[in-house]
Design a protein around this ligand. Structure first.
Ligand code: F6R
Length: 609
């Protein structure tokens, strides 16, 4: 995700300090970079698309004048990675500059309102509305300080933000504010810093102040002042002394990126619920008109498609065909035509097999829809409509947070399509929408309460030679994904299939102690699944159940179990039920002495066929 940084230095220029800090934020992933400084009553700005070194080569990021400034690494969410969309953004008069990390949900409404008031927007970003909103507040009430204008403006925002704002009208200040995007302040005798992340200033100071949601901070040469956004009251908070190494700081104290990204899922799921309505509506319209819909992807993204095929069928009564991208041309290359719609799902948007399938379908005049995590990727350029899933960059090779975000977007689409087609009552719609809103908390609870249990299960089964992963209905997709995670990260051969298939062959592998993971939400498949568990148990298998909290029937049959909070609707169940399986793969890898972040022979983005 985007990185923000700001500093006020007592001696020397801010620009080289900002440049170096942005380099330290590179690991967060980005596509554009920019800086703004204050000097002699004016703002000085440089920004462009591209990597920091490339932008520096063209523009020289170090020669901006002044001892106060802000900087940004942008990871596109609204608007392509172009110079005009890079931060900092300015108000109409060029008197206020802002950098922002987060997603403003109500930016379309605010933009409309501000345009009606005469504001002129230059970029396609959601961020630009914030700076115009501050301008509007400040012009309406000129007696306010910059901090008060920011405080009033952010009260209008819905969504997430960490911002840093400067203005030549108050040349000795940086005003920052935070809601659901990280913000930290660093201090030493020579300077004060604000940043998205501690690594940005760690080589400069180990004294950090964590800023909480709903707080605003005013940085000045004297230090920092924290206020609550709600009532402007002062907050007293002393800096903490950090003993992190730079490597620990980058992983925010987690031993591996994979674990960090598993833990990020409550936050990434919240972001995925902040998609712009009009993109969802547009894609829903295309899906509604389609004669046949292929869901095309590879690996984990394919498992999201498999789950989605159940969602579209159960909610919207739409039959869709999940296809592994590398098979698409062989299987459907001749039949795909102008009436076909391809929804390609790819975290990176660059997977060669997925793009090849899409290109084959395009040549035959099919409609291409895309779901990806990387705005500006090839998939976004060749799709008629695309949605950015808003998970933020994923550094661990194994897909974890991006899988649950894909599921979240696909379930939102299925729900909208159900509504559009009149297949769902208002009550059901409201019920599912509320359950979806609640999922980030459910996932959080699973991580908080079940992680230790999964760790113990991994210890117990660490030497197992093979695993089975079984589920019925939509949980088949969860089983496939659980198996892929375990194989790729812990190098344990594993087999997954719909539980009903076991007696058609695979059950012959079972012998005493063979670990079989059952995914058993309390849905329509529950009764039949119990029969499948008994078949396995009768042959001596060790049953590991991922089950609903308090499910006594399953508990009696299971050797080990992990509990998922009650009340998750069937169509949403893959989102919480995959969490213990991601953790299982992670802890099995640790038990077996492998680095989960860099599994052998694998690359994050597979750009060869
Ligand atoms: C597994 C994993 C891969 C990817 C696959 C598709 O953890 O990450 O299976 O899911 O290579 O990648 P994208 O989604 O980028 O097309």
């Amino acid at each position: 995700m985007c990185g923000i940084f700001g500093c006020i230095v007592k001696d020397g220029n801010a620009a080289p300090v900002i440049h170096a800090a942005l380099k330290r934020l590179e690991y967060r992933g980005y596509d554009s970079v920019g800086e703004a400084t204050l000097h002699e009553s004016s703002l000085h700005i440089k920004k462009d698309q591209g990597k920091i070194d490339e932008v520096h080569k063209i523009h020289n990021l170090d020669d901006l004048p002044g001892n106060i400034g802000i900087g940004h690494t942008r990871w596109a969410t609204h608007g392509a990675p172009l110079q005009v969309n890079a931060h900092p953004h300015l108000d109409c008069d060029g008197q206020i500059a802002i950098v922002h990390n987060g997603i403003i949900e109500n930016f379309s409404e605010l933009k409309q309102e501000l345009e009606n008031l005469g504001h002129v927007f230059k970029s396609k970003t959601d961020t630009e509305v914030i700076v115009h909103l501050i301008e509007h507040v400040w012009k309406t009430k000129p007696s306010l300080s910059l901090a008060d204008a920011v405080l009033e403006a952010v009260k209008r925002l819905e969504g997430s933000y960490a911002i840093a704002v400067i203005s030549p009208k108050e040349p000795n200040k940086i005003v920052c504010a935070r809601y659901e995007s990280p913000l930290v302040v660093g201090v030493n005798e020579n300077a004060v810093y604000c940043a998205s992340d501690i690594p940005a200033f760690l080589p400069l100071t180990n004294k950090a102040v964590i800023i909480n949601d709903g707080e605003l901070v005013i940085l000045s040469p004297q230090g920092y002042e924290i206020r609550k956004i709600a009532d402007s009251s002062l907050v007293t908070r002393e800096p903490k002394i950090l003993d992190w190494t730079p490597e620990m700081a980058v992983k925010q104290g987690y031993p591996h990126f994979m674990l960090k990204e598993i833990h990020e899922q409550p936050a990434t799921l919240r972001n995925t619920l902040r998609l712009q309505e009009h993109y969802l509506d547009l894609m829903t319209t295309f899906l509604d008109r389609a004669h046949e819909v292929f869901l095309v992807a590879c690996g984990t993204s394919y498992h999201a498609c498999l789950a989605a095929s159940y969602m579209f069928s159960k909610l919207a009564f739409l039959a869709t065909y999940p296809i592994i991208a590398s098979e698409f041309m062989e299987q459907h290359g001749k039949s795909v035509n102008i009436d076909s719609t391809i929804l390609a799902v790819s975290q990176s948007g660059e997977t060669a097999d997925t793009l090849a399938a899409v290109n084959c379908a395009r040549q035959r005049a099919a409609t291409i829809l895309g779901l990806t995590n990387v705005i500006g990727s090839t998939l976004t350029r060749i799709s008629r409509v695309y949605i950015g899933q808003q998970s933020g960059p994923e550094i661990g090779v194994a897909a974890t947070k991006t899988f649950t975000s894909q599921l979240s977007v696909l379930s939102q689409l299925a729900l909208r399509l159900a509504k559009k087609r009149g297949k769902i009552s208002q009550d059901e719609m409201d019920f599912l929408a509320e359950k979806m809103e609640n999922l980030p908390d459910v996932v959080d609870e699973i991580i908080q309460t079940q992680e230790e249990k999964v760790k113990q299960i991994a210890k117990k089964y660490k030497d197992a030679k093979t695993f089975f992963f079984l589920g019925r209905g939509i949980s088949t997709a969860t089983a496939y994904e659980g198996r892929l995670k375990l194989m790729e990260i812990a190098y344990v051969p594993a087999i997954a299939f719909p539980a009903g298939e076991s007696k058609h062959g695979p059950i012959s592998l079972i012998e005493p102690g063979f670990p079989v993971v059952f995914i058993c939400p309390k849905d329509d498949t529950h009764k039949t699944l119990i029969g499948n568990i008994m078949e396995m148990k009768a042959r001596g298998a060790s049953i590991i159940a991922i089950m609903e909290e308090g499910d006594e029937e399953i508990k009696k049959l299971a050797d080990d179990y992990v509990e998922i909070p009650k009340g998750v609707p069937e169509v949403l169940s893959p989102i919480p039920y995959i969490i213990p399986l991601q953790l299982l793969a992670y802890y099995m890898a640790i038990e077996r002495g492998h680095n989960p972040d860099t599994p052998r022979n694998l690359a994050k983005s597979v750009t060869v066929k």
